[in-house]
Design a protein around this ligand. Sequence first.
Ligand code: NAD
Ligand code: WQD
Length: 341
Amino acid sequence: MAKKEILVTGGLGYIGSHTVVELIKNDYVPVIVDNLCNSKTEVLNRIETITGVRPEFIELDVRDEAALDKVFKAHHIFAVIHFAGLKSVGESVQKPDLYYDNNIGSSNVLLKVMKDNGVKNIVFSSSATVYGEPKRVPLYESDPIGETTNPYAETKVRIEYILKDLAKEDPSMNIAILRYFNPIGAHPSGLMGEDPRGIPNNLMPYVTQVAVGKLPQLQVFGNDYPTPDGTCIRDYIHVVDLAIGHVKTLIKLEEKPGLVIYNLGTGVGTSVLELINAFQKANNIKINYRIVGRRPGDVPENYANCDKALKEIGFKAQYNIVDCCRDSWNWQKKNPQGYND
Ligand code: NAD
Ligand code: WQD
């Protein structure tokens, strides 16, 4: 049987690149499109070193309908995994129009081009952020979404609505909405990982940059939350687990399930201080940190119930927080300047 071609938008980014590796390992043929606004082509060399295969890459903006249509015409695409998007919460507050245009605009163009070319299968990168401030944890897929606190989150909610309406309009579509919790970690080879521009917003890249000496000190945002040690609790999931979750989702789409929604997390909550301690222990490195005030918009506790993904796609995270800390550090120390091409 011919191998299936999978269009991966944003496939040179952090989660996309790890997913491309798992796709190749599972005998799919990824076709990557990316506008390089938050990634580098050096990723292609790394993917080739890990898998022995250099995937096809077309530099384009997903909002460019004509360019995207050409890619669909030149391939026989079985499914699209739609990672392309901007993801900085802070930037989205400063530039909401950019986020609405890029994230929602690219999704609209993509769905139109899929329709024009008769492609019925899509996996969409949503986020735990769609749940807003949780009324209770763990979070279930059936919990209400909306009431978001920033434009980034709002784009994810609105794209989910667009996909849900599309599922009603066209029952032949197969749509998987994946709500990622907090992706961290890196490929165990140390060849691929997260390469944020400028000073990181997220906890793990901040920790690794302190560990490597690029940043002097980590600030822990608040220790007066109603949690056991006072710091916020999150569900950190290894990026390779997340990538494997996409392969399992593609297998599900072959059953033509219509619309499906899964949380992709571990089901385990870890506090900021627990993460710092795990990092120190796993890597035998001291992290210089101090407690400061709360960061506006942070919710005290956020972690997933993952029963649905286990039951329906056989997904269960294999890596624990110590594995995540080891692999994040392995990537950072081998690539102190990131991909740097
Ligand atoms: P990333 O920035 O590393 O990857 C996104 C990629 O999309 C980048 O390579 C970027 O250049 C590309 N891109 C952005 N806009 C584009 C456009 N209009 N056309 C073509 N390419 C475009 O981010 P990531 O962490 O890999 O996240 C992937 C997806 O998962 C995003 O949609 C993000 O919102 C979502 N997500 C990420 C997290 C997280 O914490 N990393 C959590 C939940 C959901
Ligand atoms: C985790 C914890 C911080 C940095 C964000 C997005 C979310 C999703 C994942 C895309 C919090 C604390 C952080 C630091 C700290 N992305 N922290 N010092 O906020 O849970 O989620 O990324 O969809 O939408 O909002 O992740 O890594 O920023 O923070 O103390 O320098 O670490 O306060 O408690 P967050 P994070």
